[in-house]
Write a protein that binds this ligand. Structure first.
Ligand code: SF4
Length: 256
């Protein structure tokens, strides 16, 4: 049996999929987005964060079997069933731990609980093939609209994420694109047009705009790390609405 490197299990989470959900955050990511609001999930190693202002320390990173995770999250099954909810596996990059994710989703499926995987997609296609039979839906991040921009802001491989996205859609997976709307990175009309054309070419039917926020800044402080976006203001509501309107002419668009 595979082992999952679990950072945190968050009950009654919002913004991680439909209905009432539990989000399982996995530790370890192969991208380096400088606005990341879960910096504690980037390294795969256990880390202890010291929240001095709140007078507490929290250690992230615990190895659990998929069965242990499934038993933990199944406690709230009644809530999931009541409103189309379920379990979201996020990170970090959960698709780096695809074998454990596949096992977890298979156990949950047997128990009548659906699983959504929130991924940036920068992994070999084979990883997706392993989870496809048990995972119900995917949130798929598109952070930039060109090879150069994607590499410069995330360190990742744009061609790979686009190829995986096309394959996922082509094989009938339930995919929602997620566009983190990050000032100075991808909020210009030109960048949004490139992202939009990528989504349309891949056959994606729905995209959500996720406006930048600074909710992760306390974690950077607790890690003793510089937060490059510490002084960046969230985009104005009008700017987000305008981007949503522009995308909405071509693709079903939601704003979170
Ligand atoms: S892919 Fe997600 S978890 Fe990884 S660095 Fe980017 S924002 Fe953070």
């Amino acid at each position: 049996m595979a082992v999952l490197n679990v950072s945190n299990i968050q009950r009654f989470s919002t913004g991680d999929g439909p209905g009432i959900r539990t989000t399982v955050f996995l530790k370890g990511c192969n991208l380096r987005c400088p606005w990341c609001h879960n910096p504690e999930n980037i390294s795969a190693k256990p880390e202890t964060l010291v929240f001095a202002a709140a007078g507490k320390t929290v250690t992230y990173g615990k190895l659990m079997t998929p069965l242990e995770v499934a038993d933990d999250v199944s406690e709230d099954a009644d809530f999931y069933n009541a409103g189309g909810g379920g379990v979201t596996v996020s990170g970090g990059e959960p698709m780096l731990q695809y074998e454990g994710v596949a096992e977890l989703a298979a156990i949950l499926k047997e128990r009548g609980i659906s699983t959504l995987v929130d991924t940036a997609g920068c992994v070999p296609w084979r990883n997706f093939e392993v989870v496809l039979g048990s995972v119900n839906a995917f949130y798929y991040d598109i952070k930039a609209g060109s090879r150069e921009k994607y590499a410069s802001v995330t360190g990742g491989d744009f061609d790979l994420i686009v190829s995986n996205l096309k394959k996922l859609v082509a094989c009938g997976a339930n995919v929602t694109a997620r566009i983190p709307f990050i000032p100075g990175v991808n909020t210009s009309d030109g960048e949004l047009r490139l992202i939009l054309s990528t989504l349309l070419e891949a056959g994606v039917k729905h995209a959500d705009l996720i406006p930048f926020h600074r909710l992760g800044s306390a974690k950077y402080k607790a890690m003793g790390r510089e937060y490059v976006f510490a002084k960046t203001s969230p985009p104005a509501a009008e700017e987000v609405a305008r981007a949503g309107e522009m995308l909405g002419k071509y693709i079903e668009t939601g704003i979170e």
